[in-house]
Design a protein around this ligand. Structure first.
Ligand code: SF4
Ligand code: SF4
Ligand code: SF4
Ligand code: FES
Length: 350
């Protein structure tokens, strides 16, 4: 057995025990990001860092083994600072919006891209459940959502106001009891922000919308969109939001540590790239923290497993170039999406 001290408490653990596990046995929680139970730790994020006062070293608790004599501190000021730095470093090369610009600008904080996804499928009832009326309704709002709509970079803003007015006018909306309308969840303050769309990124953004045409105008201006027009217009949405915004571990840790995305300014940011898999999965390399969990999952069961491709800043997951990328997620799509700690792998059609 190995005897160590963690936060001033002695514990004995079997040889080969990770510090994370030893701390867990004492009820001490250490944050993790790239680590997942039962997987080989990549120790790539350093969010789980702890200090060994005996050796004077800072160690990743997810992979460092307990060794006799260690005096571990899991939450002193230096450790907290290093964890915050670790998250800020990851964020510095992270490209993506946690929440779409339209949602951020809406005074009611309405989840506009989620509504558009339901509208695009003709599911007006579920679209109506998400909609929150602003104090006066959209008709009297200055539509800040449309001013910041990212589709403007390609042709014209999505007609968000008209779409919302279409829902307000539906009997689906009027008949939904307020209790079953979606409750606004507490806003997370941290929002990764993507910035300006580059010309070479436009085709990437256009991989998601089903309608590449110009803005839909209602035939009868007075009566607003018909159902077909609303569906067509909703299909123009670029879905700028992140599908894992409420559960992404990177975002939750950034919030917890009050991290700032722009502390470590890079001279060049990664381009946005979207890889769409037939299994309704979207992979966005610029949100990947290179934990390798999806690689380990696909290695277990898939005919072709993921691997890291490229070097340094531009490394991403993929399959060897002779193999078809669509073979990699046939059986493991759900496990990969659920296990990916960020929005890098997500289901994109909700
Ligand atoms: S991956 Fe996480 S941090 Fe990045 S945009 Fe999505 S929710 Fe935000
Ligand atoms: S394209 Fe869609 S998600 Fe993006 S800002 Fe416009 S309405 Fe919102
Ligand atoms: S896609 Fe997700 S699971 Fe795979 S390496 Fe990147 S962050 Fe990890
Ligand atoms: S969780 Fe330990 S290094 Fe990432």
């Amino acid at each position: 057995m190995i005897r160590i001290k963690i936060n001033n408490i002695f514990i004995e653990v079997p040889d080969g025990t990770m510090l994370l596990k030893a701390a867990e046995q004492l009820g001490i929680e250490i944050p993790t990001l790239c680590y997942l139970k039962d997987f080989i730790p990549s120790s790539s994020c350093m969010v789980c860092v702890v200090e060994d006062k005996y050796s004077g070293k800072f160690l990743p608790a997810c992979s460092a083994l307990a060794q006799t004599g260690m005096i571990i501190e899991t939450d002193n000021d230096e450790v907290k600072k290093l964890r915050k730095n670790a998250v800020e470093l990851l964020l510095s090369e992270h490209v993506g919006d946690c929440e779409a610009p339209c949602k951020r600008a809406c005074p009611a904080h309405t989840n506009i891209p989620a509504i558009n996804r339901f509208l695009a499928k003709g599911d007006f009832k579920n679209a109506a459940k998400i909609l929150h009326k602003t104090k006066h309704g959209c008709a009297e709002c200055a539509a800040p959502c449309e001013k910041v709509c990212r589709r403007k970079n390609i042709d014209a803003a999505v007609s968000i106001m008209q779409l919302q007015e279409f829902i307000f006018s539906q009997k689906d909306f009027k008949e939904i009891p307020s209790s079953s309308k979606s409750q606004r969840i507490a806003k997370l303050k941290f929002n990764s922000s993507y910035g300006k769309m580059r010309d070479n990124e436009k085709p990437e953004f256009l991989k998601e919308p089903e309608n590449a045409n110009a803005r839909t105008e209602p035939k009868e201006i007075q009566s607003g969109f018909t159902a077909d027009e609303a569906v067509a217009e909703a299909k123009r949405c670029l879905h700028c939001d992140c599908r894992k915004a409420d559960i992404c571990k990177l975002r939750l840790l950034a919030e917890k540590f009050e991290a700032c995305q722009r502390i470590f300014e890079l001279t060049e940011r990664n381009d946005v790239s979207k890889i769409i898999y037939p299994e309704n999965v979207i992979y966005e390399p610029q949100k990947c923290i290179k934990c390798g969990i999806c690689i380990q999952i696909t290695e277990k069961t898939e005919e072709i497993a993921f691997t890291f491709i490229g070097r340094g800043f531009k490394v991403k997951i993929g399959v060897p170039f002779t193999d078809k990328i669509s073979k990699a997620l046939r059986k493991t799509a759900k496990e990969c999406v659920d296990s990916c700690p960020t929005g890098a792998l997500a289901f994109y059609k909700s």
